[in-house]
Design a protein. Structure first.
Length: 740
């Protein structure tokens, strides 16, 4: 087949088919094209049989796209070839041979609700409270254990000194026993049990090792311990393993991805051939220079530098706003201006943010400007369940005769008022031609309702009555806080430690910000006016047009690209996220920096980055601090839009606050300042370094440890005596070192 359309690095990646291959595919470097061409090359040019190829990716969408592109290239179907996700691949293996480890081959796969039900049964059997051991928290813990291939026995042994975790280990053991008894697996079991099958039955493992002579894995930087082990077991015989990924885009550590899998690939296999895809087909060189410079501050990474033939391009535009309202208005105004003056479609624009709650003020600004938008991979703020629930509470407080709103929240959070009870109340209200609330007030006279349900309803009526009384004296923001406290809504969500529940809590707190904003800007500040404003703001058209601005988290944006990107809220404590800053763990900050790299490289032509002087988020207003990532941008790549009146605030005042922030959270301020000064001093004297140029005695600069001298070299490992940090052993292939 014709490979002339590939660039030299892409062609090298396609033609190197034998032995272990690591393809470091930078953002926008055409890795999907390389993978699909490589598969076609194996079949058409190398004579490899389709059943001998296994291609693994992470999503069904990616697997389908890969299969379609291979079929288009070959002009034939790929039914005999395994192109699938990890989980789909494992299901096929388990359906055939799971009976060898004592399971029924007709196993069912439990979804999340099935898991909750099963864990509750286990808690009951072990006489443990589901208030203390919240089922979703237990499931998350068990999932983490399976992801690391810990059996219940191993997990128990690890936590003997921790009473709570030891009990979760007991739940884990019973949970697995009940799954097996029910001929069921959960989602994590699909990989966990496949690894177990391979380790316990050499005949099965040998069959698949013999079959899959060529294995390719996409997005290898996102693999977990279990996925890594699965691939390693399969590839051991032929060693024709090709992994494709970008360590600089490893952003899913919080859900089990282990960046060491790609960083240490060369330690797992002998004579690894490494190909770097560094030519970017997406962005301008200015955008890539900024991304390269920011990510170079990470220690745990492979050295590579993206470049583009698109040498022309606009500078990255930095905008400092007074607050999130001004920031969002700026975004909306620029979208309107650019779309009008440059005749761009709305779908050319994307607004990216670190936290979901940031979207709310942007939504409001776009609504005010009548600019259509979509929340990509999520739900619009006012359409989220928790927001609809809270608005329903406020509507009932304002108007108890609102049956629709009342039915929505009568058992939210759960009060033991079931559907059958609600149906009886509705029937009585219809018979008497009264509102449901009127029936609830007289519930003690209704003998059709159980005593337990009557007590719960009485408690609900008392709560509504109390809130209706205080609405006349409380400002709306305080009333909302009182609703959340009195009803126990946030308390209920807090029992579930999952990220989803925390997002819901954050959204509820953000709704308080809306009320504060309303109180600051509205002449009429009563609840009725507030609810009217919410209704008008949340109203959206029902058309099906696709020409809309995309709003999404940076995590969601991975793999996508847009001509114009707004990266908002680039502030310390927001991006990087506060928990990463507080953790004092370098790896947490490095993952946040990789997320920044992903955000920057989504832009094809134009990139705006915004920050504020102060931000109201989650119901609290705080002064903002410029993100360290903003500070890391190269000066020659940026343009400060409002530099005349706000440059001092941006470039000095915010960074002075940042210094105070560092003093509060960093353990050794003096060394940090020295390191910063050294870095600033050597910045202009360093040069782009090839690891092979580093020799014994070389003076080098390390992004974390500062200036030092190479005193010993063994292969890729170099020992460096640093001025401030003492002697350190470092692998020069994994670390950015600049020769001075």
């Amino acid at each position: 087949m014709n490979l002339d359309t590939l660039n030299p690095a892409q062609r090298e990646a396609v033609e190197k088919t034998e032995g272990p291959v690591l393809i470091l595919a930078g953002a926008g470097s055409g890795k999907t094209r390389v993978l699909t061409t490589r598969i076609a090359h194996l079949i058409e040019d190398k004579g490899v049989q389709a059943p001998n190829i296994l291609a693994i990716t992470f999503t069904n969408k990616a697997a389908t796209e890969m299969r379609e592109r291979v079929e288009e290239t070959l002009g034939s179907d790929t039914k005999e070839m395994w192109i699938s996700t990890f989980h789909s691949c494992c299901v096929r293996i388990l359906r055939k041979d799971i009976n060898r480890i004592g399971y029924n081959r007709s196993f069912v796969i439990y979804d999340s609700s099935d898991q909750v039900t099963l864990v509750k049964d286990c808690l009951k059997e072990l006489n443990l409270s589901d208030k203390v051991f919240e089922p979703k928290v237990v499931i998350s813990t068990i999932s983490g254990a399976k992801d690391k291939l810990y059996s219940p026995k191993q997990f128990k042994a690890m936590h003997m000194s921790d009473n709570r975790m030891s009990k979760i280990a007991d739940i884990y053991a019973l949970y697995q026993d009940r799954l097996k008894r029910n001929s069921a697996l959960d989602f994590d079991d699909l990989i966990y049990k496949t690894v177990e099958l391979f380790k316990e039955d050499s005949e099965v493992l040998d069959y698949y090792r013999s079959r899959f002579k060529y294995i390719m894995v996409d997005e290898y930087q996102d693999t977990s311990k279990a996925q890594y082990e699965l691939i390693k077991l399969l590839a051991r015989q032929h060693q024709n393993i090709c992994v494709v990924g970008d360590d600089d885009q490893s952003i899913y550590g919080w859900r089990g991805a282990d960046i060491r899998n790609i960083l240490e690939f060369e330690r797992d296999y002998d004579d690894v051939h490494v190909v770097k895809l560094e030519q970017n087909y997406r962005s301008t060189q200015i955008i890539l220079d900024a991304a390269n410079t920011v990510i170079s501050n990470n220690i745990e990474r492979k050295r590579k530098k993206l470049w583009s033939e698109k040498k022309e391009g606009e500078l990255i535009k930095i905008q400092l706003a007074d607050n999130e309202i001004e920031e969002s208005d700026f975004v909306a105004d620029m979208i309107a201006k650019i779309s009008r003056e440059e005749n761009r479609s709305y779908k050319d624009f994307a607004v990216l943010y670190r936290a979901n709650a940031q979207a709310r003020s942007v939504e409001d600004a776009l609504n005010r400007s009548q600019i259509p938008y979509n929340i990509y991979g999520g739900t619009k703020f006012y359409e989220r369940k928790e927001i609809k629930d809270l608005v329903a509470y406020l509507r009932v407080i304002q108007n108890p005769q609102d049956d629709i709103s009342l039915k929505r929240i009568i058992n939210v959070p759960r009060r033991g008022i079931g559907l059958r009870t609600i149906e009886k109340i509705e029937d009585r209200a219809s018979l008497k031609q009264e509102s449901i609330y009127s029936v609830l007030i007289d519930i003690e006279t209704n003998s059709d309702i159980s005593t337990k349900a009557r007590n719960s309803i009485s408690g609900f009526v008392d709560t509504v009555g109390t809130l209706r009384t205080i609405k006349e004296v409380y400002p709306v923001s305080k009333l909302i806080e009182k609703v959340l406290e009195t009803t126990g809504y946030i308390e209920e969500l807090s029992k579930d430690k999952s990220d989803e529940s925390q997002d819901r809590i954050d959204n509820l707190k953000e709704f308080i910000s809306i009320a504060i904003e309303f109180e600051q800007n509205s002449e009429e500040q009563d609840l009725e006016t507030f609810l009217t404003n919410v209704a008008l703001t949340s109203e959206t058209s029902n058309d099906e047009e696709n020409d809309k601005v995309s709003l999404m988290t940076i995590h969601t944006s991975k793999g996508l690209e847009f001509p114009v990107v707004f990266l908002i809220g680039v502030e310390e404590g927001l991006f990087p996220i506060a928990r990463a800053v507080r953790s004092m763990n370098d790896s947490d900050i490095e993952e946040e920096r990789r997320l920044c790299y992903v955000g920057i490289t989504r832009a094809k032509e134009v990139l705006y980055m915004t920050l504020t002087k102060r931000r109201t988020l989650y119901g609290k207003t705080n002064p903002s601090i410029a993100s360290r990532f903003m500070e890391e941008l190269p000066e020659e790549c940026i343009e400060k839009l409002n530099k005349v009146e706000k440059e001092l605030t941006y470039s000095k005042a915010n960074y002075n606050v940042l210094d105070k922030y560092k003093q509060k959270y960093m353990s050794n301020v003096n060394k940090s300042k020295v390191a910063d000064n050294v870095k600033a001093t050597v910045k202009d004297t360093t040069k782009e370094t090839n690891p092979d140029d580093i020799k014994l005695g070389s003076k080098v600069h390390h992004p974390k440890f500062g200036v030092g001298t190479v005193v010993s070299m063994v292969g890729s490992d170099v020992t460096i005596a640093f001025v401030q940090q003492g002697i350190k052993k470092i692998n020069k292939e994994y670390t950015t070192l600049d020769i001075l």
